[in-house]
Design a protein around this ligand. Structure first.
Ligand SMILES: NC(=O)c1ccc[n+]([C@@H]2O[C@H](COP(=O)([O-])OP(=O)(O)OC[C@H]3O[C@@H](n4cnc5c(N)ncnc54)[C@H](OP(=O)(O)O)[C@@H]3O)[C@@H](O)[C@H]2O)c1
Length: 290
């Protein structure tokens, strides 16, 4: 029988890859939960994908999306309200009889001294555990696509990546590999109550990121290690809210201290193929950086 899988945050970095990869499989009806209908227009063109509007802060908007959904790939945005949003989603999943939640979480969510971002994810994980709905948590490292989403403008205009990241190495993962794991878990057996730490195949510093972009694109790109105080002032000038400045500085602090370099082989174990390395990522996203 055809099963229905709801993907929340379906226009986001990971969600849209999950929708794309699921839409290529037979026997699955994909329901793409979108916040902005305009951003979701492209998803309508994929086979067997229905698009539904969702506003995570409004429980009334969630019922249609969850009705007859067998499984959910749950993404909530980087927001100080994400725990509250996730609670509403899990409550609705419970009401409508969802049989499995696969949650996009963050590497380090289980650590005792977790940073704020990870503490939010752990709070959501706990809420899911307590709901009684079978679950799988995908705790992902920082995405390679962050360089496309956040660093591309200064790479293009100045050949510079500004970040208060020091020499710390990070096990960046390609969002397409997170999606591939999500597909394996959503369509396979034996993943209930499991937590998977997902990373790329190597840990690299932002200096090495810049060198790789230079090598692959032929355009000189340099890393500028911004002092924390200057990074804070720059974020304030961009009118970022305080919670976001605090969360990002904490994240960079962790990277600088060398605490983001864990490498696992979960992607290969779960998908049967090696995760993309940063060089492959840049080759395939080259046009974002030149
Ligand atoms: N970036 C990283 O390196 C990293 C690493 C590990 C874990 N994570 C976690 O991954 C999650 C973010 O995933 P992502 O980067 O794939 O997402 P993303 O690209 O930031 O996209 C977020 C998605 O959520 C939707 N959304 C935002 N507010 C909404 C609302 N109020 N109601 C309904 N939908 C809403 C957005 O739609 P609109 O655009 O239309 O608003 C978008 O589709 C966060 O929980 C983050 O902590 C991120």
């Amino acid at each position: 029988m055809q099963q229905t899988i709801l993907v929340t945050g379906a226009t986001g970095t990971v969600g849209r890859e999950v929708v794309k990869q699921l839409s290529m499989l037979d026997g699955i009806r994909v329901r793409a939960g979108v916040h902005s209908v305009i951003k979701g227009e492209n998803l309508r063109r994929l086979p067997d994908v229905e698009v539904v509007e969702m506003e995570f802060t409004d429980p009334g908007s969630l019922h249609a999306a969850f009705t007859h959904a067998d499984k959910v790939f749950l993404v909530t945005p980087f927001s100080e309200g994400q725990v509250e949003m996730a609670r509403k989603l899990v409550d609705e999943a419970k009401k409508t009889g969802v049989k499995h939640i696969v949650k996009l979480s963050a590497l380090g969510a289980g650590a005792k001294d977790a940073i704020q971002l990870c503490r939010w994810h752990r709070e959501i994980e706990r809420y899911i555990e307590q709901s009684g709905i079978p679950y799988t948590f995908l705790r992902a490292a920082s995405f390679m696509q962050n360089f496309e989403n956040y660093s591309a403008p200064t790479i293009k205009s100045e050949g510079k990546i500004y970040m208060p990241a020091g020499e710390g190495k990070v096990s960046y993962i390609d969002a397409r590999d997170i999606a591939a794991v999500a597909i394996a878990v959503l369509t396979g057996d034996g993943h209930e109550s499991k937590i998977y730490d997902l990373t790329g195949p190597e840990a690299i510093s932002v200096g090495e990121v810049a060198a790789t972009i230079s090598l692959v694109t032929g355009k000189q790109v340099d890393f500028v290690d911004v002092p924390e105080e200057a990074a804070m002032q720059s974020m304030q000038q961009q009118e970022m809210p305080d919670w976001m400045i605090h969360a990002l500085l904490e994240l960079y602090g962790q990277q600088r201290a060398g605490n983001s370099d864990l490498v696992t082989n979960c992607v290969e174990e779960l998908t049967g193929r090696k995760p993309h390395n940063f060089r492959q990522f840049v080759k395939e996203y080259k046009e974002c950086f030149v």
